[in-house]
Design a protein around this ligand. Structure first.
Ligand code: SF4
Length: 252
């Protein structure tokens, strides 16, 4: 199964790169592909950090990208935030407020913002709720994908809580890779974690939980497309139930 997050686009692919010599000093990202130098670096780092603790991955990312690093969180839990602020308390955190979130998610967001004093940016779509509402074509694109693109403008890399166990499409997600769609380095510090790893971390750290996690919601997104699951079920079985959709487009 091919993931849409590629380890690295082959810099030798025709038309993917402008040679550094042609521009004097080449930018790191050209035409959707990384420069040869960045490609080589990401390849080396991706291999070296495979199997590393999330804190080590985040430490590398903070040191490498500084203010150019942005963490995106859905706030279904605060595991990734907790890991990241331990490395860099002022890391830029983005939440996409689609206008269709559960009130509990918005309350949890503010609770976590206060707990950590987060450097938080809440991004809203540029359209009212009655235009392209949930379930209509384009909603995820207009309420998630485009707002995320705006939030990532100028960034060098983004951090996600993506895990390989989430979906078959994510099974090969690298810890560090190139996101050819967003033209950024993508850092997935907990890519190799299981649901049990997440649960253990929450317990060990005594982290506050999303209120709906107590009533069967294991994976939490927009309210109209999120439902609780039975104990032992695939956590993402409650997302887009009855539909063959598994991704909103952020990780495509
Ligand atoms: S899950 Fe529904 S409301 Fe949320 S962005 Fe996608 S289509 Fe829109």
């Amino acid at each position: 199964m091919r993931t849409n997050v590629e380890h690295i686009v082959d810099p030798a692919l025709p038309g993917s790169l402008v040679p550094p010599a042609a521009t004097g000093s080449a930018p790191e990202v050209l035409s959707g592909s990384p420069s040869p130098e960045l490609a080589a670096e990401m390849r080396e780092v991706g291999e070296r950090l495979e199997g590393a603790e999330p804190a080590e991955v985040l430490s590398w990312a903070v040191e490498r990208f500084g203010d150019g690093l942005v963490l995106a969180s859905s706030f279904q839990d605060c595991v990734l935030v907790d890991l990241a602020v331990a490395v860099e308390p002022r890391i830029r955190v983005v939440f996409l407020d689609t206008g269709f979130h559960f009130p509990e998610t918005l309350a949890y967001l503010r609770r976590i913002e206060r707990r950590y004093g987060l450097n938080l940016l809440v991004v809203e779509p540029e359209l009212p709720p009655d235009v392209a509402p949930c379930g209509t074509p384009g909603c995820c694109q207009l309420r998630k994908v485009e707002p995320l693109s705006r939030a990532l403008a100028g960034a060098k890399a983004w951090v996600t809580g993506l895990k390989r166990v989430d979906t078959p499409e994510r099974a090969n997600a690298p810890v560090v890779g190139w996101d050819g769609t967003k033209r950024l380095v993508k850092v997935n510090p907990i890519a190799a974690w299981t649901e049990d790893d997440v649960e253990r971390y929450i317990v060990d750290r005594g982290l506050p939980r999303h209120p709906l996690s107590y009533v069967g919601y294991a994976s939490i997104g927009c309210a109209p497309t999120t439902s609780p699951v039975a104990e032992g079920d695939d956590p993402r079985a409650g997302r887009w139930r009855g539909s063959d959709k598994t991704e909103c487009g952020l990780h495509l």
